[in-house]
Design a protein around this ligand. Structure first.
Ligand code: ZN
Length: 687
């Protein structure tokens, strides 16, 4: 090893795992050396473990391998996170260079017959019975994952599998980058105030500030969600709404203002082709079957019939909802056909007429600082834990805050970063990710750490950002994921927190938390008018509740359209055949949708959940988990939303258990019976 190389290792903050990541010190040059170093170390240690141990046990074999995997995840987590929230050319290059190495390493481990044999030995010997539930579950999952990584294939097939994994990781990453670049390449700068009519002050203030930051005249609107949604909902200028809509729905495609520049069309086909080949190598008929091996749902048929049933229940209602808004636009505004870029606009007008309030009126009651502190108060009442902000923790941006969760005895049990505002070089959407997982070591418990990321409107000048009620729901949703990761009591990384939780059960704690945003007692804690300090008034809440299921069936069929498209794409679509992805999407829409978007809509090219995220043949998880989360909440409806015992039970049976037991078993332990669909139907106004 050369002097210089040794130096990059010794002083590489990414390799120092004794504290939280040094986000203030990490540079792109450190990325590859750190990853190379930990991969080399892990490989050497694996060889050593195999060589020394003829009678492997949990302690001598599984635990050290778990520790290795964890070490790698801890080095990689800040890199992946920075790549998502502070993208730069250099970081992107360094990050991308690591992807094939990581993929190769994981397949190599998953396909190593010597490791597989030893796991089988451990599962079969006497010491196994002494292990606890979490340890057994880890071994069970690992045995399954060896098979799903192709450990039992012949060597040619193994090699091909490994190659596919590598290509898929690169292609999925590129899909996401195209979308990010396409989203940020486009802007709408307005200089004539006449073109701003209808837009609320909050959107104008952000647009003005965004323009000023770039020394532009006028108001700048972007394809970031808060800006885009506000424009489509409020702008009275139909032509500009159309321009904005068209730019948004053609991102990363062969159409629109940047036609062909970051086109994902070929990537989609390549990804589907590789996924199918991979599934077939393992003996599955299609990728959906393969994907369901690690999910709660049992078969493609079960998922399709679940979605079809919901579609049949919601379709007629959605149709009525659409007719209503069309009639309204025609009667009140003389608009004979409501186009895709008119739909949010006239829907909002109809909602205002029918329920006599505006989203902007509601927003005045949700200054961000109040929502945050109120959310922590809600969690305190439910689970008896305290959340406190802590300063002096290195982060990646001045907007980021750091918090600690402690028990009533003052013991710190979890920590998290909160990064809430949309900005350039930050990926869109909202998500929670893990930074550190809980485990018990000789030195005590390693406290779990999470990242909470959203894309809300940034504050203007020194005023607190005002959240829409939808954004409040998003924040609660992500915090629900966070609590699942942070309140865990499992001592082994592989199934602690969100680790090892079946993908279609992951959305249970998050969707569950959203329910509190509709309850008076909770709203008193999270709302406070930004000028008067008054909590959300009862009259306004009443109107909001009345409006809660406004167009709920239309939203439902949209989610079902995405879920059905994803499932059919990964089960029946032939990526090597004549048919196109667009044709499949059209046929799904024919069956499920009530509003057919214009022909130039290329939704699939920005469907990053399934092409760049983990939701392939798994988008149905949202609806699937909603059955469980709605039914879990119905116990609170019966026993009181702040009932101490119910809160403690949910914490104990669901949040603390991580992936140590099957989700159905956990649900039954909490609810006393298997889930029923009625609560979801009732909450969505479909009963
Ligand atoms: Zn979620």
């Amino acid at each position: 090893m050369s002097r210089k190389k040794e130096d990059t290792i010794k002083h590489n903050p990414l390799l120092d795992l004794s504290s939280l990541p040094r986000f203030d010190e990490i540079t792109p040059e450190q990325v590859e050396p750190a990853v190379d170093h930990v991969l080399a170390e892990n490989r050497a240690e694996t060889e050593h473990l195999i060589a020394k141990d003829s009678a492997p046990t949990w302690e001598s074999f599984v635990q050290p391998l778990e520790d290795q995997e964890e070490r790698l995840n801890r080095v990689w987590s800040p890199i992946g996170h920075l790549n998502a929230v502070r993208d730069s050319d250099d970081l992107r290059k360094a990050h991308d260079a690591c992807l094939p190495k990581l993929s190769a390493y994981h397949t190599e481990m998953g396909q190593d017959p010597r490791l597989f044999e030893r796991y089988k030995t451990i599962a079969g010997n006497k010491t196994y019975e002494r292990l606890d539930v979490a340890q057994k579950k880890i071994i069970e999952n690992d045995l399954r994952d060896f098979r799903l990584s192709g450990v039992e294939l012949d060597s040619d097939a193994k090699q091909r599998f490994k190659q596919i994994e590598q290509e898929l990781s690169t292609l999925s990453n590129r899909f996401g980058q195209h979308l990010l670049d396409a989203t940020h390449a486009w802007q709408l700068v307005i200089t004539d105030p006449a073109d701003l009519s209808g837009l609320p002050d909050s959107a104008l203030a952000v647009a003005k500030q965004t323009a000023e930051q770039e020394e532009l005249e006028g108001w700048k609107f972007t394809l970031d969600a808060p800006s885009y949604i506000a424009f489509l909902t409020y702008s009275e200028h139909a032509e500009l709404r159309r321009t904005m809509y068209q730019a948004y729905v053609t991102r990363a495609s062969e159409l629109g203002p940047h036609a062909g520049q970051w086109d994902n069309t070929q990537l989609i086909r390549d990804i589907l082709r590789l996924r199918l080949e991979q599934a077939r190598l393992l003996g599955f008929a299609n990728y959906a079957e393969y994907s369901l091996q690690i999910k709660m749902a049992e078969s493609v048929e079960q998922v399709i019939s679940f979605l079809t049933d919901l579609a049949a229940r919601s379709h007629p209602i959605a149709k009525d909802e659409l007719d209503e808004v069309q009639r309204f636009a025609s009667d009140e505004y003389g608009v004979s056909t409501v186009a895709a870029w008119d739909l949010p606009y006239y829907s909002e007008k109809l909602r205002q007429t029918r329920y006599a309030f505006t989203q902007e009126e509601v927003r005045a009651y949700f200054p961000l600082h109040r929502v945050l502190s109120g959310m922590f108060a809600v969690v305190n009442r439910l689970y008896g834990v305290d959340v406190q902000q802590r300063g002096n923790v290195p982060t990646w941006h001045p907007d980021v805050a750091f918090y600690e969760i402690s028990t009533s005895n003052g013991e710190i049990i979890g920590q998290f970063y909160v990064d809430l505002y949309a900005r350039p070089h930050k990926r869109g959407g909202a998500w929670m990710d893990d930074c550190v997982s809980r485990k018990r070591t000789d030195q005590g418990v390693q406290v779990p750490v999470a990242y909470l990321t959203c894309n809300f409107s940034p504050p203007v000048a020194d005023k607190s950002s005002l959240l829409t009620h939808d954004e409040v729901l998003t924040l609660f949703h992500e915090f629900g994921h966070g609590l699942h990761h942070l309140l865990t009591q499992i001592n082994y990384v592989g199934v602690a927190g969100i680790n090892g939780v079946a993908w279609d059960a992951v959305e249970v704690p998050s969707q569950f938390m959203e329910n509190w945003c509709w309850e008076k007692e909770a709203l008193d804690l999270i709302s406070s008018h930004h000028l008067t300090g008054e909590p959300l008034p009862q009259v306004l809440l009443k109107k909001m509740k009345a409006a809660k299921n406004f167009q709920a069936a239309m939203q439902m069929v949209r989610q079902l359209e995405f879920s059905m498209f994803d499932m059919r794409l990964h089960s029946e679509f032939d990526p090597n055949g004549e048919g196109t992805v667009q044709q499949l999407l059209d046929s799904v829409r024919e069956e499920v949708a009530v509003f057919i978007p214009p022909e130039f809509n290329r939704f699939q090219n920005s469907f990053s959940h399934i092409f760049a995220g983990g939701y392939a043949a798994g988008y149905y998880s949202y609806k699937w988990a909603e059955v469980l989360s709605a039914d879990a909440f119905s116990r609170f409806e019966e026993e009181g939303i702040f009932n101490l015992q119910t809160g403690r039970d949910f914490k104990h049976h669901i949040l603390e258990q991580g992936g140590a037991r099957e989700p159905m078993e956990l649900f039954v332990a909490f609810r006393g019976r298997e889930p029923e669909i009625d609560a979801l139907l009732r909450h969505s106004g479909l009963l």
